[in-house]
Structures are given as structure tokens and as C-alpha cells.
Design a protein around this ligand. Structure first.
Ligand code: NDP
Length: 452
């Protein structure tokens, strides 16, 4: 005996839950299998707890700023176990919200590993499920480099549950997770080193943004090591870890944190039982409608390795549900102009083309740039500066990219993303009145392009 559904979703993360709920809302019979935690990486070991820890880390410097405003906060103490326990309580609440969202929309939740047996059959929860469509939304998993001693290091999965804040942390990597976690550890008071194999972190971001963040992190006493490729980690007699790099550098720490990318979670899914193919990086290959080489099997989110961001997975989940069960409302996803933020301290917010990408794409560009001390810091000696940057096509005046490094950059850039999607020109920015006094008004008051 097998149970019948229209859609069987494997993975109850952001994308899977969105697809399941929308499909059920359109009248489809839907089941979703999850073997780990409801809400996936984002809710449990990603965006949400990361942002909570990031808020926690920011208080450290806020106490200093408060003193400039006349407050006497005393000597602030920090208790990591309290932060983690409170974070865990909030995540458990969100897990419950996800459960009731699924139940409320009529989706059958199967809390078990799922395995594809053939293009229309899944085994999960001790039962066989016949499905018209199977959706793989299993996400990704952190990966460590293949070096001796790698097992001594942790990844983001473990960082959220460390029993204590390490005294000395070495973060290896140069992507979102590396700079975000290095900022968290540094902000919370750990002696933090970020080591990246490249010349500068955040490959693909605007060069000016990367350099500004580098300088600001150094100002905040974070140690940065570039051109540092790890080759070995050893545990010393006193319990500390010694990480050796290719060029002979060695860094001692109490915790090594690998933020060296993520791989697609495809193991044990039974993909070999259908025609679905993986690309050379192990991501599930799909066409523009998220259909794999097996017509009844689809895939979305981090497992397809396209753009690994929660809002993208949500959009993909919704697109799949619409195309299958409400085709009249289906529109393909436009992957251009995806805004994004890096929750480093300070934050980066960005939408559209970097200066380098705009030039490479053949645009003649005008660049408007402003560096200034945020007003909130103006009463003290803190030298931190905010960077705002507009990349404009010199020919048709269209704003191609907006970039910011500074407090609440993500909040500011979200609004500008709407303007860019609407095709705003620099003239439209110039004609927009500012909100005074804010940092964001700088985006509509920059008048003189940078020389060169
Ligand atoms: P990324 O792919 O962004 O970065 C991985 C980093 O690790 C790169 O700097 C890479 O270097 C380096 N690296 C890879 N392999 C090795 C190795 N063997 N030795 C040393 N360094 C290595 O991965 P993340 O894990 O940081 O994040 C994964 C994705 O999750 C992001 O791309 C993003 O899409 C998403 N994310 C989004 C967030 C947000 O929206 N705020 C937050 C966190 C994650 P190199 O540049 O030289 O290749």
C-alpha cells in the first residue's frame, strides 16, 4: 500500500516549506519530509540565529558610544551561555511556527529521512508515497578543506552551540559566513583572526566596498591574514590549536572555524534511482523551470547552487508551486538585481552591478561615492566611517548599482532595490528629497562623480 500525493517535497527549509504551503493552498495534496529541523538552515543554523548573535556582538561597541552620550554603563560583562540559551528558545518558537504553518495549510509533515525509489515513488516515515511530482529542496551543508587536522575545526553548524565563547578564534574563509562570524566573535570580545586564501575577502563584491570593510575591521582590532592557505591543524599539549599555512605562517587559537563554503545535500536521496543529474560541483542540475533531467523530479534552493539566499529559495518555491498548480499565475524568476546584505559589523548592503562588473559589461560609468562619519558616532573618537557608492551608466544615466558599508546597510539597500528594479536614473535619485538627518539621504545628495 502506498499513499498518494500530487507533490512530495524533500526538505522543510525555506524553499521546501514555501513550495509545499503554496501548492497546498492551490488545492494540491502535498507531503513534506524533514529529517532534521523545521525551517532548515536559515532558521536553525543560518540567517536567523546569526543575526541574533550579530545584534549581541554590536552591544560591545554600543556601550562605548553610550559613554559619549553621558551614560555610565560601568564595566559590561558578557555571558555566552545566556545568549545561546535565549537564541535556542527563540529558534524553538520559530520551529513551532513552521510546524503550525504547514499543518494550517493542510500539508502532511513526515519527520523522517526521505529517499527516492523511482521517478514517482518516495520512501519516508516507513511508508511509500506515490507522487506526481517530487521536489528536492534539501539545501547545503558546510564543507571543510581536505587537510590534516580539519576534524579539529568547527563549522557554522557547531558555532551556534559552542558551550563557551572561545578566547582566541581563527576563522578560515573569505565569504559571507567568514566575515559575519569573525565580526560576531570579534564584537563579543574574542581575540579574532580571519585568514583568507585570497588577496582580499568577499570575492565578487565591489572592490571599494571590500577595501572599506577591510580597513574598518582592522580599526575594530580584528586581525586579518590574506594569502593564507591552511595546510594543517595540530592540537598542542595545552589544548590549543596551531594552524599552519602554506607560506609557513602559523596561528595559535582555541577554536578554528571553517567558513570555506557549502556543498549540496544530495547524499542518500536516491537520486541514482531516477535520471536526475549533478553538475561538476555536485549541485542538482535543473532547467529554467527547476525541472531535473527526470521530468517528474524538480529541485530548488541551495541544492541547485544558483543563488544561495533565502529570499531566492522562497521565490523558487513559489514559482514551482504556481507552475505546477496555478499555471496562470506563473512567471519565471528574474535573477537580476537581487539585493543582499552581509551582516558583518559594520554591515554591507548591495544591489546591482559592482563598479568592476559594470565596466566589464561594457558600460561607461560614473561613480558617486561618499565616506562620512555616521552622526551617531560624532560625539566620540570612534573613527569608523560609512561608505556609500552609486554606479551610474554615463550614457543613459541609469543607476546600475548601489553599495553601502555602514550601520543598517541592508535596511537602506532594500528600499533602493525597488528603485533599481523600476529602472531609476541618477536624475530620479537627484530629484528625490532626502530625509534629514539620516545616513540614507546621502544616496540622494551625491552630486559630483568621482574623478577617473
Ligand atoms: P562562500 O562560497 O561565500 O565563501 C567560501 C569562502 O571559502 C571563499 O572565500 C573561498 O575562497 C573560501 N574557500 C573555499 N574553499 C577553501 C579552501 N579549501 N581553503 C580555504 N578557503 C576556501 O561560502 P559561505 O560558506 O561563506 O556562504 C555560503 C553561501 O551562503 C553564500 O555564498 C551566500 O550565498 C549564503 N549566505 C548568505 C548570507 C547572507 O545573505 N547574509 C549569510 C551567510 C551565507 P575563494 O573566494 O578564494 O574561493
Amino acid at each position: 500500500m502506498s499513499r498518494e500525493v500530487d507533490l512530495f517535497v524533500i526538505g522543510a527549509g525555506s524553499g521546501g516549506v514555501r513550495a509545499a504551503r503554496f501548492a497546498a493552498g492551490f488545492g494540491a495534496r502535498v507531503a513534506v519530509a524533514e529529517s532534521r529541523y523545521l525551517g532548515g538552515t536559515c532558521v536553525n543554523v543560518g540567517c536567523v540565529p546569526k543575526k541574533l548573535l550579530s545584534y549581541g556582538a554590536h552591544f560591545h561597541e554600543d556601550f562605548g558610544v553610550a559613554a559619549d552620550y553621558g551614560w555610565s554603563p560601568g564595566t559590561p560583562g558578557f555571558d555566552w551561555p545566556t545568549l545561546i540559551a535565549n537564541k535556542n528558545r527563540e529558534i524553538a518558537r520559530l520551529n513551532g511556527v513552521y510546524r503550525s504553518l504547514l499543518q494550517g495549510s493542510g500539508v502532511t509533515l513526515v519527520e523522517s529521512h526521505a529517499r527516492i525509489l523511482d521517478p514517482h515513488t518516495v520512501e519516508a516515515g516507513g511508508e511509500r508515497w506515490r507522487a506526481k511530482h517530487i521536489l528536492v529542496a534539501t539545501g547545503g551543508w558546510p564543507q571543510k578543506p581536505d587537510i590534516p587536522g580539519a576534524e579539529l575545526g568547527i563549522t557554522s553548524n557547531e558555532a551556534f552551540f559552542l558551550p563557551q565563547l572561545p578566547r582566541r578564534v581563527l576563522v578560515i574563509g573569505g565569504g559571507y559566513i567568514a566575515v559575519e562570524f569573525a565580526s560576531i566573535f570579534n564584537g563579543l570580545g574574542a581575540d579574532t583572526t580571519l585568514a583568507h586564501r585570497g588577496e582580499l575577502f568577499l570575492r565578487g563584491f565591489d572592490q571599494g566596498v571590500r577595501e572599506h570593510l577591510r580597513d574598518t575591521l582592522q580599526l575594530k582590532s580584528m586581525k586579518l591574514e590574506f594569502g593564507a592557505e591552511p595546510v594543517e591543524i595540530l592540537r598542542r599539549g595545552d589544548g590549543s590549536l596551531a594552524t599552519r599555512f602554506k607560506d609557513g605562517r602559523e596561528i595559535e587559537s582555541d577554536c578554528v572555524f571553517f567558513a570555506t563554503g557549502r556543498h549540496a545535500m544530495t547524499e542518500g536521496l536516491g537520486l541514482e534511482n531516477c535520471a536526475t543529474k549533478l553538475d561538476d560541483k555536485g549541485h542538482v542540475q535543473v532547467d529554467e523551470h527547476f525541472i531535473t533531467a527526470e521530468p517528474s523530479v524538480l529541485a530548488i534552493g541551495d541544492v541547485i547552487g544558483r543563488v544561495q539566499l533565502t529570499p531566492v529559495a522562497l521565490a523558487e518555491g513559489m514559482a514551482v508551486a504556481r507552475r505546477l498548480f496555478r499555471p496562470e499565475e506563473y512567471r519565471p524568476i528574474d535573477y537580476r538585481l537581487i539585493p543582499t546584505a552581509v551582516f558583518s559589523l559594520p554591515n554591507i548592503g548591495t544591489v546591482g552591478l559592482t563598479e568592476e562588473a559594470a565596466r566589464e559589461a561594457g558600460h561607461e560609468v560614473k561613480v558617486f561615492e561618499s565616506r562620512f562619519r555616521p552622526m551617531r558616532l560624532s560625539l566620540g573618537a570612534n573613527g569608523e566611517k560609512t561608505l556609500m557608492k552609486l554606479v551610474v551608466d554615463a550614457g543613459d544615466d541609469r543607476v546600475l548599482g548601489c553599495h553601502m558599508v555602514g550601520p543598517d546597510a541592508g535596511e537602506v539597500i532594500q528600499g533602493l532595490a525597488v528603485a533599481l528594479r523600476a529602472g531609476a536614473t541618477k536624475r530620479v535619485f537627484d530629484e528625490t528629497l532626502g530625509i534629514h538627518p539620516t545616513a540614507a539621504e546621502e544616496f540622494v545628495t551625491m552630486r559630483t562623480p568621482r574623478a577617473s
